[in-house]
Design a protein around this ligand. Structure first.
Ligand code: GLY
Length: 381
C-alpha cells in the first residue's frame, strides 16, 4: 500500500467495547479506519493535541496517512520515532521518549498515539502511564499480534536485563483502532506469527472459533471480512477477560496459554527475531501446552494433534526441533521458564487444557514433570 495514495473508503466498522467502569473504551475494527479514527479522536477528546509515536519503518509506511487524517479532523499532531525492534523496549529509549513528549509539550489532556506493533505500543503506553502522572493513550496497532493482543487490556512496559516486560504498568488506552488494511503490508512471516495469537482464543474457550479458523485461515490472511471477523472475535474475547480480571489476579492468566514455554524459548534464542519471533514461539508453546496436557492425562491426544496440525498447515513451527539453531536442553528450558514473572515462589504455573476450548490455570506444576515432558519432546518420543 502506498501511504500517500488517496485514502480508500472506510469499510464497515465493528465496535467492541471494553467495559472497565470509568476506564472503559472502544476498539474500532475495520479496513481503512484512520480518518474515521481521527474524527472519533476529534469528537471524543476536543482540543487535545496528539503525539504520534511510531518506529522508523512505520513512519514511512503509515504515519503520513494518519497525520493527514488528523489534520483534516482538526487535531494538531507531532511525530516521535524510535528504532524498530525489541531493543527499543529499554530504559534508554523510555527516557528519551518521555523527554521527547515533554519537549513536544504533551500535557495531561493531550494524547499519545501509539502507531505500531507491540514494541511501540508497550513502550509508548508505559511512557503515557507515567508522563505527568498519566496521559491518555490511543493504540493504533499495525501488526496482527498487536491488534488481537497487546494493544488491548492496558499492559505496558519495557524489558530489563532480568527479563522481558519486567518494568511496566497497567495503563488502559482511551481508544484502540484496529485498521485491518494496515496488515496488508506485513510480511507473511509476521502475519502468520500474529495468527498464532488469534488461534489461541479458540483454544482457550471457544472451540467453534477454532473450527472456524481451520476453515477460514487463508481468507484471514488475504484480508476482507474474514480478517475483520477474526480480529473482532479475538478482541471480544480479550475484552471479556480484561473486564473480568483487569490486573491478572485470576482468569486473565488464561491469555498466557502457550506463553510459559514461549517466553522460555524467546529467552534461550536471545530474542533474536531472525531465529524466532514472539508469535512463532507462541505457536510452539500452544502445541507444547496441549501435548503436556495430553501427557498428564488431561487432554485427548486427538485435540493436541488437531492444534499442531492446524498451526503446521498455516506454516507455523510446532516443535522444539523447529527452533532454528536449537532450543536448548530440557534443563535450560525449565530454568528459563522459572525466570518468568508468573512464577510464584519457584512453582511453575502453566495454562493447560482438558481439550480444545477447555483451558485452565494449573498453578504449582512440579518442575520435574515439565523437565520429563521436555526431554521426551526433544527425543521425539
Ligand atoms: N498478553 C496477555 C495479556 O494481555 O494479559
Amino acid at each position: 500500500m502506498n501511504a500517500m495514495a488517496p485514502a480508500a473508503p472506510a469499510a464497515e466498522r465493528i465496535v467492541v467495547p471494553v467495559a472497565l467502569a470509568e476506564r472503559s473504551y472502544d476498539i474500532l475494527i475495520g479496513r481503512h479506519q484512520l480518518c474515521e479514527a481521527a474524527e472519533v479522536i476529534a469528537s471524543r477528546f476536543p482540543g487535545a493535541r496528539a503525539a504520534i509515536v511510531t518506529d522508523e519503518n512505520l513512519a514511512a509506511l503509515h504515519a503520513p496517512a494518519l497525520e493527514a487524517c488528523l489534520q483534516q479532523a482538526g487535531v494538531s499532531a507531532t511525530r516521535l520515532t524510535v528504532p524498530p525492534g525489541e531493543a527499543s523496549k529499554s530504559y534508554a529509549r523510555f527516557i528519551e521518549l518521555c523527554d521527547g513528549l515533554l519537549a513536544a509539550k504533551i500535557e495531561r489532556n493531550d494524547l499519545v498515539i501509539a502507531l505500531g506493533g507491540g514494541v511501540v505500543g508497550d513502550l509508548s503506553g508505559f511512557a503515557a502511564s507515567v508522563l505527568r502522572r498519566g496521559v491518555r493513550l490511543v493504540q493504533i496497532p499495525t501488526s496482527l499480534l498487536a491488534q488481537v493482543d497487546s494493544s488491548v487490556g492496558g499492559k505496558t512496559g519495557i524489558n530489563s536485563s532480568h527479563g522481558k516486560n519486567l518494568i511496566g504498568a497497567f495503563h488502559q488506552p482511551a481508544l484502540v483502532v484496529c485498521d485491518t488494511a494496515l496488515l496488508d503490508t506485513l510480511s507473511e512471516r509476521e502475519f502468520k506469527a500474529g495468527y498464532a495469537e488469534v488461534v489461541k482464543y479458540g483454544l482457550i474457550d471457544d472451540p467453534a472459533f477454532f473450527d472456524w479458523c481451520e476453515v477460514n485461515w487463508r481468507r484471514v490472511m488475504e484480508g476482507g471480512p474474514e480478517r475483520d471477523h477474526a480480529v473482532a472475535t479475538a478482541c471480544r474475547a480479550k475484552a471479556a477477560v480484561v473486564a473480568r480480571d483487569e490486573r491478572e489476579d485470576g482468569d486473565r492468566a488464561l491469555l498466557n496459554l502457550g506463553h510459559t514455554f514461549a517466553h522460555a524459548l524467546e529467552r534461550l534464542t536471545r530474542y533474536d527475531s531472525s531465529r524466532l519471533v514472539h508469535g512463532e514461539a507462541v505457536a510452539i508453546g500452544l502445541c507444547l501446552a496441549f501435548r503436556f496436557s495430553q501427557r498428564l492425562g488431561l487432554c485427548p491426544g486427538q485435540d493436541a494433534g488437531s492444534v499442531a496440525a492446524h498451526l503446521a498447515a498455516v506454516g507455523l513451527p510446532t516443535r522444539l526441533q523447529d527452533v532454528p539453531g536449537g532450543s536448548g536442553t530440557a534443563a535450560e528450558i525449565v530454568e528459563a521458564m522459572t525466570q518468568d514473572k508468573k512464577v510464584k515462589r519457584g512453582a511453575l504455573t502453566f495454562i493447560l487444557a482438558h481439550g480444545i476450548g477447555r483451558s485452565f490455570i494449573a498453578p504449582g506444576v512440579a518442575a520435574e514433570a515439565a523437565h520429563g515432558f521436555i526431554e521426551s519432546e526433544l527425543a521425539g518420543t
